[in-house]
Design a protein around this ligand. Structure first.
Ligand SMILES: O=P(O)(O)OC[C@H]1O[C@@H](O)[C@H](O)[C@@H]1O
Length: 241
């Protein structure tokens, strides 16, 4: 007897990270609409089935553009999720039927990581509701989206160790060393104390001090810095060795 081979749909899902003013990692979730399910239980990762004439990376770039209105965003494919039961939930089947007008029983999804400054204006052309959620306040999501998010966290930690410059995609254009430190500690599993961090940072010429300091703060006003991508590319140093 010959084995059964799958005949399946393929989708992409994007985990977009942001870093908020309370020093927490956030991700972007969208709202879907399925009758009979309370709205607060219908958040999901932004995603889409892939068009028949589309490359998978292009589909992810399209999803991000439809999600944020931003033309080109940092993007990293990190894993394929193919559990045969991942789209078996009755509400998920209903949703796919409504959204794609097809009888869809199996979907393999390719997951992507992306990064966005949290103060960037989100101009979605596809979703009526797009919100930032602190990573530890993400609700129960459809499909295997909670699993995709936890695996994306492992992935972003690895990413930062191989390419430190991605951290600046999450920070405002001008930032303090404390902000950089807090983001680094939220992302990295390595511990470094703030004094040593300051020492390290001051040896990196791609982190450039500005002639501006914080205003209206209760603690000692800190200097602002900016990231110089050109200088970084020249020496491409890892931050913590
Ligand atoms: O609901 P949308 O994102 O349009 O459809 C694609 C979905 O199909 C599932 O594999 C994915 O997890 C993805 O979310």
């Amino acid at each position: 007897m010959s084995p059964n081979f799958i005949h399946t749909y393929v989708s992409v899902d994007c985990v977009v990270f942001g870093f908020d003013y309370e020093n927490r990692l956030n991700i972007l979730l969208v709202q879907r609409h399925v009758d009979e399910v309370p709205l607060e239980r219908q958040r999901k990762l932004p995603g889409s089935l892939i068009f028949s004439d589309e490359d998978v990376d292009d589909a992810a770039q399209r999803v991000l553009h439809e999600l944020t209105g931003i033309k080109k965003m940092v993007l990293k494919q990190f894993k394929c999720f193919a559990d045969p039961t991942r789209a078996n939930n009755v509400h998920d089947i209903k949703w796919m039927g409504k959204e794609y007008k097809h009888d869809i029983d199996r979907i393999i999804t390719v997951a992507y990581l992306s990064l966005c400054k949290i103060d960037h204006k989100i101009n979605s052309t596809k979703y009526d509701t797009v919100d930032w959620f602190p990573i530890d306040e993400v609700p129960q999501l459809p499909f295997d989206h909670n699993k995709i998010i936890s695996e994306s966290l492992v992935e972003i930690r690895k990413w930062i160790e191989t390419d430190f410059s991605i951290i600046f995609e999450l920070l405002p254009k001008r930032f303090t060393i404390r902000q950089l430190y807090q983001l680094y500690t939220a992302l990295s599993e390595k511990y470094i104390d703030i004094k040593n961090f300051h020492k390290k940072i001051s040896s990196f010429n791609y982190i450039v001090p500005l002639d501006e300091i914080e205003k209206n703060v209760s603690h000692r006003a800190a200097r602002y810095y900016k990231f110089d991508a050109k200088i970084y590319k020249k020496n491409n140093t890892k931050l913590i060795k």
